[in-house]
Design a protein around this ligand. Structure first.
Ligand code: PMP
Length: 354
C-alpha cells in the first residue's frame, strides 16, 4: 500500500459524465466556436509565437489588456489555468489548518473540493427557499465562524440567481476577511451585475472571471483574478513558474481585445435562455428557477427518468446525484437555437407523457 495522504480518500469527486453526445448542454460551455473574425486574428497571432522559449513568468501583455478593460492597473490582475486554478489557489492562500472558508450551498461543486485540498474547514451557508440568497445569514456565518475567506458565486452555479450588487457591497462593508466573488457567468447578467467597481472601496474584495463561458474559450483554460495589488502579490507566490502556456495567453489576448465581437452571441444566449424559461414554466410538474446565466435549473419529481430519456437521445444535461439541496434537479446549458429546440421538444414530450 503506497503511503499517500489519507485525506485524499475523502475528497469529493468533480464528476461530469462525458461521452459522444448529440447535444452537449451539461457543462455551461458556449454553443459556438470563435466568431470568424476573431478566429482569423487568433491564427495569425499564433504564427508569431517563439515556441522554443519559456513563457514570460508574468504574461504582461494579457494582464495589461485585462487591466485596461476594467480601468485597473496590471498589478491588480493575476492569470490562472481557468478560474478553477484561481479559486483553488485563493482557497490555498487563505486556507490551512484552523482556517474557515464560508460559501453558499448549493453552489459551484469545486468549492468543497478546494476547501479539502487547502486543509481548511468549509462552512456551507444554505440558500433560503427557492434558492434565494440571504445576505444577513451569510454575514452572520462569516462573522460568527471568524472565517478567513468568504466566497459567493454570482450569478450562482447551479441555481442561476443573481445577488444584487447592493448586497455584495453590504457583505463587503460588514466583513473584514478576504471576500471572493466568483463571476464566471456575470457577462450573462447585464452590465451592472459585476462587483468590480466596488474593489477600489473595499480592498479585501476580489473578483474571479473566466474566458470559458461567454467567450467560448473553455478549451484554452484561462481565467483571471482582479484584486488589490497586495493580495495579488501574496496569491502570486503560490503559483509555480511558467504555469501558463503561451498558446492560451495569446488566444486570450486576442479575444480580450475583440470583446465586443461577442456581444451578439451573449445577447442571443440571454434571449434563448428567456425563451426556454417560458417554455419550461408552462410544463406540468416542472419547476424552473429564474436565471441570469447561460443555463437553467429544473426541479422535477421525475428528473431521474427524464435524464434517462435525454441520455437515450444523446442529450447530455447535468444531474447532481445526491448533492445537498439539489435532489430531483437537472441543469441545462443554453445551446444554439436548434439544440435548444430539440432539448425543449424532448422535455415537453416526456412531461406530457409521450
Ligand atoms: N466558477 C464557476 C461558478 C464555474 O461554474 C466554473 C466552471 N464550471 C468555474 C468557476 C471554472 O471555470 P474555468 O476553470 O473554466 O475558468
Amino acid at each position: 500500500m503506497l503511503d499517500y495522504r489519507k485525506d485524499i480518500d475523502n475528497l469529493p469527486v468533480y464528476d461530469v459524465v462525458e461521452r459522444d453526445w448529440n447535444i452537449k448542454v451539461n457543462a455551461n460551455e458556449s454553443g459556438w466556436n470563435l466568431p470568424p473574425l476573431v478566429e482569423e486574428r487568433v491564427l495569425s497571432s499564433l504564427s508569431r509565437i517563439a515556441f522554443n522559449r519559456y513563457p514570460n513568468t508574468e504574461p504582461e501583455d494579457l494582464s495589461e489588456i485585462i487591466a485596461k478593460r476594467f480601468g485597473l492597473q496590471k498589478e491588480n490582475v493575476w492569470l490562472g489555468n481557468g478560474s478553477s486554478e484561481i479559486i483553488d489557489k485563493i482557497f490555498y492562500a487563505f486556507g490551512g489548518e484552523g482556517h474557515k472558508i464560508v460559501y453558499m450551498q448549493p453552489s459551484f461543486s469545486m468549492y468543497p473540493i478546494c476547501v479539502k485540498s487547502a486543509d481548511a474547514e468549509g462552512i456551507a451557508v444554505p440558500l433560503d427557499d427557492d434558492y434565494k440568497f440571504n445576505a444577513e445569514k451569510f454575514i452572520e456565518a462569516v462573522k460568527s465562524q471568524k472565517a478567513s475567506l468568504a466566497v459567493v458565486c454570482n450569478p450562482n452555479n447551479p441555481t442561476g440567481g443573481l445577488i444584487p450588487v447592493e448586497d455584495i457591497e453590504k457583505i463587503a462593508k460588514e466583513i473584514d476577511c478576504a471576500f471572493l466573488v466568483d463571476e464566471a457567468y456575470v457577462e450573462f447578467a447585464g452590465k451592472k451585475a459585476s462587483a468590480v467597481s466596488l474593489m477600489s472601496k473595499y480592498p479585501h474584495l476580489m473578483v474571479a472571471r473566466t474566458f470559458s463561458k461567454a467567450f467560448g474559450l473553455a478549451a484554452i483554460r484561462v481565467g483571471y483574478l482582479l484584486a488589490d495589488k497586495d493580495i495579488i502579490s501574496t496569491v502570486g507566490k503560490v503559483f509555480k513558474p511558467y504555469y501558463l502556456n503561451v498558446l492560451s495567453t495569446v488566444v486570450a489576448s486576442v479575444v480580450m481585445q475583440m470583446y465586443d465581437e461577442f456581444d451578439p452571441r451573449i445577447e442571443m444566449v440571454i434571449s434563448e435562455r428567456d425563451r426556454m424559461y417560458e417554455e419550461f414554466l408552462s410544463l406540468p410538474g416542472v419547476k424552473v428557477y429564474p436565471s441570469d446565466t447561460n443555463f437553467l435549473l429544473l426541479r422535477y419529481d421525475k428528473a431521474k427518468e427524464l435524464n434517462e430519456r435525454l441520455l437515450n437521445y444523446g442529450i447530455g444535461v447535468r444531474s447532481f446525484g445526491n448533492a445537498p439541496m439539489l435532489d430531483n434537479c437537472l441543469r441545462i446549458s443554453i445551446g444554439t437555437p436548434e439544440e435548444n429546440n430539440a432539448v425543449m421538444k424532448a422535455i415537453r414530450n416526456f412531461a406530457e407523457g409521450r
